[in-house]
Design a protein around this ligand. Structure first.
Ligand SMILES: Nc1ncnc2c1ncn2[C@@H]1O[C@H](COP(=O)(O)OP(=O)(O)OP(=O)(O)O)[C@@H](O)[C@H]1O
Length: 331
């Protein structure tokens, strides 16, 4: 079942059109307007229990999509549904179904202990004391909140604050979590802990997660599937394995030889060559040539001391998308 549905979503913003001919006073008093299209017919869906990474470079339309999904922005056209509800027209209903965490902003009250915000949220969401106690026990354990549940938010480290935010987003047991840059600004250890928590929450509760992030490790370690957007439209969507197969269909094997070879270094059906007298490489399309065939050929025909297989990484593919666009690489 799809918990998030986005269909032909467009969103335009009315913005002042700078008129260089007119002076600043005239621009202020008689502004001219134009429309900036942030989303231009975006469609995607997220199934129950999935973690999907929504990716795109700056200005691609990720935040605008998230805001439409939270009911903060009214789409210009198209539709969004969260658990079957229109988040703009039925905001209260939709908000019960979703929890939101912004890595850059907190939803917690700054001056009061974390537990006090949680108690207030219990009343806002009308969660029974029994359910609240059960979920609180669970998030405290999963997110490791016990040490700072009674500390005011202003005294927390960034990593603790984001974990407390995650707990707050989860108190009413939403079906969907929107995580907007959840690991931004965290150090390596805190990032890694937070990723573990997110994975554990999903595995233990089956919550559906839509994630935007610029951290490519978040994508690699958390997402089941990615959706790449650019200029407000979808460029590609697929599981991590599909993305790798589509955009990086080649594998490279680095070979260490135990002695010089006389003659060329060749593997049928692959590109291959010597890097130095005792090191060589083989590059081949995984779809055309099984790796066992390549390694078998190497072992039979060359004095191989060791070899390493370099599989493509999703991180590299997305990095390439950010820098060069989506071209299928040629070996
Ligand atoms: N309130 C607004 N008024 C005018 N234009 C806006 C507004 N919000 C977003 N935009 C424009 O819409 C486009 C998409 O912006 P959006 O913030 O959704 O991108 P993003 O993918 O979240 O970028 P980033 O990674 O930098 O956060 C951009 O061109 C942006 O300038």
């Amino acid at each position: 079942m799809n918990v998030v549905e986005v269909r032909d979503l467009t969103k335009s913003f009315k913005v002042r059109k700078p008129d260089k001919e007119s002076g600043p006073i005239r621009n202020l008093l008689r502004p001219r307007w134009e429309y900036r299209e942030a989303l231009s017919g975006l469609s995607f869906s997220v199934a129950e229990g999935e973690i999907v990474g929504l990716l795109g470079s700056n200005g691609a339309g990720k935040s605008t999509t998230m805001k439409c999904l939270c009911g903060i922005l009214l789409p210009t056209s198209g539709s969004v549904r969260v658990s079957g509800l229109d988040p703009f027209r039925d905001r209260a209903g939709a908000l019960r179904e979703l929890g939101v965490v912004f890595g850059q902003k907190t939803t917690l009250w700054w001056d009061v202990p974390v537990i006090e915000t949680y108690r207030l949220l219990r009343r806002i969401y009308d969660v029974s004391q029994h359910d609240f106690d059960r979920v609180l026990e669970n998030v405290t354990e999963v997110l490791g909140l016990a040490d700072f549940l009674h500390t005011s938010v202003r005294q927390l480290s960034l990593g603790q604050r984001v974990r407390a935010d995650l707990g707050a987003a989860f108190l009413h047991r939403p079906k969907v979590l929107f995580l907007d840059e959840p690991t931004i600004g965290l150090d390596v250890a805190a990032k890694s802990r937070l990723r573990e928590f997110v994975k554990r929450i999903r595995d233990e509760t089956g919550v559906t997660i839509l994630l935007t992030t610029h951290d490519l490790r978040d994508i690699e370690l958390l997402s089941d599937r990615i959706i790449l957007i650019d200029k407000g439209g979808k460029l590609f969507e697929g599981t991590l394995a599909e993305t790798i197969a589509r955009f990086s269909p080649y594998t490279t094997v680095k070979v260490e030889l135990s002695e010089d070879i006389h003659g060329p270094f060749e593997v049928p059906g692959a590109l291959a060559g010597l890097e130095s007298p005792l090191t060589a490489w083989v590059r081949f399309r995984r779809e055309d040539l099984p790796i066992t065939e390549v390694t078998g050929h190497l072992m039979r025909h060359y004095p191989v001391r060791d070899f390493t297989v370099e599989e493509p990484r999703i991180e590299e593919i997305v990095r390439q998308f950010y820098t060069d666009g989506l071209e299928i690489p040629v070996p």
